[in-house]
Design a protein around this ligand. Structure first.
Ligand SMILES: [Ca+2]
Ligand SMILES: [Ca+2]
Length: 232
């Protein structure tokens, strides 16, 4: 067997140790990258789903507030005052129509308000089964609350219908620090909570934040403000 034949025979007998190590290293790097891409893709999908869900909750709550206040008589509105003092509630009544004698029929006094959660309220969903998420939720719970609509705010509590529109409204509007009598986020209101109302001439300003925990237990807020013109 000449030298060329020995070389060909040697190559066909298998890979060298060095070639095997290089191949395994490249394979490991490829698999690691695939794993990283797969994980980050799943994280992005979960994060996108949470944000979409939060945006829906925010928009639905703002729609309900808007429809209620658009039908309200401006002269019957209590709660919101001009900046810088925010209100956590608005009380109002709407014209329902006229009776046979032509008298205006008004609705009972309704109320939309923000209130703190009860301190011992259990965490909803998966957060209740994960100690770390439970601890974070408890922090948000202590500092957070809900937005509710009350059908007849003048009636006794047990006789009035109350419906929660969102149970994930935090203590502070995004960027605001509570208790320092300062407008930290530049919206002209001092220490406003996750739901705040203010009056600006013939309009009611509404500021709303909705905040929930993401898959890693990180608080994730969304927020928006708008203006509503009640009936004159
Ligand atoms: Ca502010
Ligand atoms: Ca403040």
């Amino acid at each position: 067997m000449n030298a060329r034949m020995r070389f060909v025979a040697g190559r066909s007998s298998g890979f060298t140790v060095l070639e095997t190590v290089i191949a395994l290293t490249i394979l490991t790097l490829i698999l690691a990258n695939v794993h990283m891409l797969s994980n980050s893709g799943a994280d992005i999908a979960r994060s996108g789903a949470l944000r979409s869900s939060l945006e829906n909750e925010l928009e639905m709550t703002l729609d309900r507030i808007t429809f209620a206040l658009m039908a309200a008589e401006d002269a019957e509105i209590e709660g919101p005052v001009p900046a810088p003092m925010p209100s956590t509630f608005v009380r109002f009544a709407s014209v329902l129509g006229r009776d046979a004698a032509g008298n205006v029929l008004m609705s009972p006094t309704e109320e939309i308000s923000w209130a703190l959660h009860a301190a011992d309220e259990p965490a909803p969903g998966t957060a209740g089964r994960d100690p770390r998420k439970q601890a974070l939720y408890q922090r948000i719970t202590r500092e957070g609350g809900r937005v509710a609509w009350t059908e007849d705010a003048d009636a006794a509590a047990e006789e009035s219908r109350r419906i929660t529109w969102s149970n994930a409204v935090p203590l502070a509007y995004m960027g605001e620090v509570q208790g320092n009598a300062t407008d930290d986020n530049g919206n002209d209101l001092l220490d406003e909570s996750g739901l705040a109302f203010a009056r600006d001439g013939g309009q009611i300003q509404v500021f709303l934040t909705v905040e929930r925990l993401d898959e890693r237990g990180t608080p994730t807020p969304v927020q928006r403000s708008l203006r509503i013109a009640p009936r004159n």
